[in-house]
Design a protein around this ligand. Structure first.
Ligand SMILES: Cc1cc2nc3c(=O)[nH]c(=O)nc-3n(C[C@H](O)[C@H](O)[C@H](O)COP(=O)(O)O)c2cc1C
Length: 327
């Protein structure tokens, strides 16, 4: 089985920037990491170094694009692959008003023929996998046949990786945050898709906030076959040690290079060295350390450690504030 999508960290705007991804990579050497969504407009007209630079250790890393114009998406995908990204993903799941105004994100699920054109144009432009991330429905279009036909149309143009957030999107009346909480989770839909598209890679996303929940989806049950991979979003950010635990469980032979940290504190020296390389007059330490606050989640001394980093201390000196956190 192709293990490349077995464990991944979700694209999250304002969260999964390069400094967050560097940290997640330390914890989970096998996880596939996704960027925040970048719109085609930003990529075609913006500062590419600022938008796209990443640390080599982040590989494998996937670039998520937002857009709905096939040629723009093809050009943006080309730029991403030239920059070294290992996969290009199209966002068909974001319900925000801003994204709806741009006519992309979740509202694209209503236009599978257009999404198929977008994917074809992107596939023609690059040789890395072009994948899609979507919901299980939009507003009242929430029958299984709706998402099955969406996936079917993309499958017919060669798309083979589907990352499915197991909730419908409500486009009017719910904020993006509410859209991640209120529509009910239906993981069984993803198992059903795997049953109907056995050759496709089906990755489950949404509400996977513990090891048992994530691992149970990787086993068949009465609802259908096992899915191929699990993608963690908020849990990976707030409790990143969970990523380390899943990586260790799913890849027991250990990383090909480097080492998986045995203790949370084993990450601190690497983070400290990274800070030393990255801090500059244009980039504050806090803009990076803010993503690392979850490392001591649930540990004694975690609050003092976070507070010290908020006050501008480095991870190692902050942990020395409270001997319990360094234990
Ligand atoms: C702060 C935040 C930003 C997000 N930004 C994106 C994004 O840029 N692209 C995307 O496809 N999904 C985005 N999402 C949705 C996540 O990728 C994921 O689908 C969702 O949080 C459900 O997974 P979870 O329950 O594991 O968090 C975002 C979620 C959060 C919390």
């Amino acid at each position: 089985m192709d293990a490349s999508h077995r464990l991944s960290v979700a694209p999250m705007m304002d969260w999964t920037d390069r400094h967050c991804r560097f940290f997640h990579r330390l914890l989970a050497p096998h996880a596939l990491l996704y960027t925040e969504m970048l719109t085609t407009g930003a990529l075609l007209h913006g500062d590419l170094h600022r938008l796209l630079d990443f640390d080599p250790s982040e590989h494998p890393v996937a670039l998520q694009l937002g857009g709905s114009e096939p040629q723009d998406l093809a050009r943006a995908a080309r730029i991403g692959v030239d920059w070294g990204y290992d996969e290009i993903n199209l966002n068909c799941g974001c319900p925000s008003e801003r994204v709806q105004k741009g006519a992309f994100g979740a509202c694209l699920m209503r236009e599978p023929a257009l999404v198929a054109d977008c994917l074809k144009a992107m596939q023609d432009a690059v040789s890395v996998p072009v994948t899609v991330k979507h919901r299980i429905g939009v507003d009242d279009q929430n029958d299984y046949s709706f998402v099955r036909d969406f996936v079917g149309q993309l499958y017919s143009v060669g798309c083979r990786v589907f990352i499915v957030h197991a909730r419908g999107a409500i486009l009017k009346g719910l904020s993006p945050k509410e859209n991640r909480e209120i529509p009910p989770l239906k993981w069984s839909v993803i198992r059903q898709l795997k049953h109907d598209f056995p050759d496709a890679v089906l990755v489950a996303n949404g509400g996977l906030d513990s090891q048992p929940k994530a691992l149970s989806l990787l086993e068949p049950d009465s609802d259908g076959p096992a899915v191929d991979g699990v993608m963690l979003g908020r849990a990976a950010y707030h409790d990143p040690w969970l990523l380390r635990q899943l990586d260790a469980w799913l890849f027991p032979a250990g990383p090909r290079s480097g080492a998986r940290p045995e203790r949370r504190e084993d990450c601190l020296e690497a983070l400290e060295a990274y800070l030393g390389r990255q801090v500059s007059p244009l980039r504050s330490a806090k803009s990076m350390t803010r993503h690392w606050h979850g490392l001591l989640h649930g540990q004694p001394g975690a609050r003092a450690w976070r507070r010290a980093m908020c006050q501008g201390q480095s991870p190692l000196s902050a942990v020395r504030q409270d001997p319990r956190a360094a234990a």
